[in-house]
Design a protein around this ligand. Structure first.
Ligand SMILES: NC(=O)c1ccc[n+]([C@@H]2O[C@H](COP(=O)([O-])OP(=O)(O)OC[C@H]3O[C@@H](n4cnc5c(N)ncnc54)[C@H](OP(=O)(O)O)[C@@H]3O)[C@@H](O)[C@H]2O)c1
Length: 235
């Protein structure tokens, strides 16, 4: 059996990825949830509560895992209780931005810190950080969404930097940043715009695209940024 850890399996994309892996029959999945209690069970699925902001909780989670073949971090926020994505600089609030960094950027590094031993136990570990195309500086033609864009750009830099370190210490690992497309989940649904978001994906289709791409990647692709169509996104 292969071992997957899906951080944020209670979310739209995380849940679909977990269910798709389980359907394949040769994956055991450890999924985490935070505020949404798990709504489904499976004999090969185990659930663990985790607040991704708490380093001690990440450390404790990883003590239960001896091998990880696939680690996908799907945690992310676009809005907080009092703030949505900024349309203009007038709406900028540094506190919201810091929260965005805490949940969108830092977790991949804390996960890497504590998952490293379990990843080393796999002969070909894959690590995926759910980023977003809006985190690409080169691709930023529309502006807006300051906090989310900056947090995902920081996540991208974390992925690139970690991939360089792992070339030496974890050379068999493939670590990528990934844009799943515009997926109809709780995170994005309130902001879907039929004029600009002409192609939207169900979480199930988005999960299929993601796993299909992972089958084609090798450690030589580590430290790169990909989209759901299997194309590289410039940083
Ligand atoms: N949907 C899109 O169109 C889209 C586009 C580009 C990129 N993305 C990225 O894809 C990823 C998945 O997004 P999604 O659309 O599936 O969103 P979602 O349905 O809202 O899921 C977000 C997940 O993050 C978890 N989470 C949030 N705060 C957390 C915390 N403090 N500790 C632990 N877990 C926490 C949530 O857990 P609980 O619900 O249990 O609290 C949930 O499992 C995100 O990184 C997002 O930025 C999504």
């Amino acid at each position: 059996m292969k071992q997957a850890v899906i951080i944020g399996a209670s979310g739209g994309l995380g849940g679909a990825l977990a269910q798709l892996l389980l359907k394949r029959g040769h994956w055991q999945v450890l999924g985490t949830y935070h505020q949404s209690d798990p709504l489904w069970q499976h004999p090969l699925m185990s659930w663990q509560a985790l607040d991704i902001r708490a380093e001690n909780e990440i450390a404790a989670l990883m003590t239960h895992v001896s091998k990880i073949d696939l680690l996908i971090n799907t945690t992310g926020i676009l809005t907080s209780s009092h703030q949505g994505p900024e349309k203009s600089i007038r709406q900028f609030n540094a506190e919201h931005m810091m929260m965005s960094f805490e949940i969108n950027s830092a977790p991949i590094l804390n996960l890497a810190k504590y998952a490293q031993a379990a990843l080393k136990a796999s002969h070909k570990p894959i690590i995926v950080a759910l980023s977003a195309r809006v985190g690409s500086i080169a691709d930023n033609n529309l502006g807006g969404w300051y906090s989310y864009r900056c947090a995902k750009a920081a996540l991208n830099m974390a992925v690139k930097t970690l991939a360089i370190e792992w070339q030496r210490s974890l050379p068999n690992a493939t670590l990528i940043a990934y844009h799943p497309g515009t997926v109809r989940t709780a995170l994005s649904s309130p902001f879907l715009n039929p004029n600009t978001d002409r192609v939207t994906l169900s979480p199930e289709d988005a999960a299929e695209h993601c796993l299909q791409l992972l089958e084609t990647l090798t450690p030589a692709n580590s430290g790169t940024f990909w989209d759901w169509r299997g194309q590289k996104i410039p940083w």
